[in-house]
Design a protein around this ligand. Structure first.
Ligand code: 5RP
Length: 220
């Protein structure tokens, strides 16, 4: 059983929750891509949904799969959002954003009545903190924000030659102390010029995690 197969199975379990008439949030990354493909198949079979996408790449893939894509700017609420994660723990706390889409992903997750994370088993951890925490940074404030993140105990690497879909930078942070993710999230959010971060502590309602071809459902 491959990791790819586990990603597909987790994504398909999440897509099985989609019902006719829903507005569906579509995440970013390789697991989310399996959800787009699975949803496309259901749409081809007659399911009527509209989607909002958390990245330009996902919007393109969704359209190619025959899914109607709305502009999230025109959309105040989403019925169900499906996305991947870099880490997910038993509290359903997650780190996201290796793909750089965490700001849009968090907005869509927050707008969603139900936010579903899909992942292969390698993403499941006892407590989040092993993965880098990406921070979307206003280019104008780059040096200031990096210094503030360092002051919070992070070793910071700004992704070279990379811009988000919002034309911002991403600072990948390895924090010395990850024992208080909630405090850390609040401290990062308080930095002017730090536009968003990959700590998802309150958003996730359910996670489908697949290992060795078996899907486990984790709920709060
Ligand atoms: C993108 C994300 C992805 O959902 C996360 O990085 C997981 O990616 P993958 O499914 O490819 O392992 O947060 O910003």
């Amino acid at each position: 059983m491959s990791v790819k197969n586990d990603k597909r199975l987790a994504a398909e379990a999440a897509v099985a929750e989609v019902q006719d008439g829903m507005v569906v949030g579509l995440g970013t990354g390789s697991t989310a891509a399996f959800a787009v493909a699975a949803l496309g198949l259901r749409v081809a079979g007659g399911l009527r949904v509209q989607a909002v996408a958390t990245s330009e790449a996902t919007a393109e893939a969704a359209r190619a799969a025959g899914i109607a894509v709305l502009d999230f700017a025109d959309c105040a609420a989403v019925d169900l959002a499906i996305d991947g994660a870099d880490e997910i723990d038993a509290r359903l706390w997650a780190i996201k954003g290796a793909g750089g889409a965490m700001l849009r992903e968090k907005a869509v997750a927050a707008a969603a009545r139900r936010f579903v994370v899909t992942a292969d088993g390698s993403k499941r951890v006892d407590a989040i903190g092993g993965a880098k925490v990406p921070v979307e940074v206003l280019p104008f404030a780059r040096s200031f924000v990096v210094a503030q993140l360092e002051a919070l105990g992070a070793a910071v690497t700004v992704r070279s030659g990379y811009r988000t879909d919002n034309d911002n930078l991403v600072a990948d942070c390895r924090f010395r102390d990850m024992s208080d993710p909630r405090g850390l999230a609040a401290s990062i959010a308080a930095i002017p010029g730090a536009l968003g971060h990959g700590l998802f502590l309150d958003e996730v309602d359910v996670a489908y995690v697949a290992s060795g071809g078996k899907v486990l459902k984790l709920e709060r």
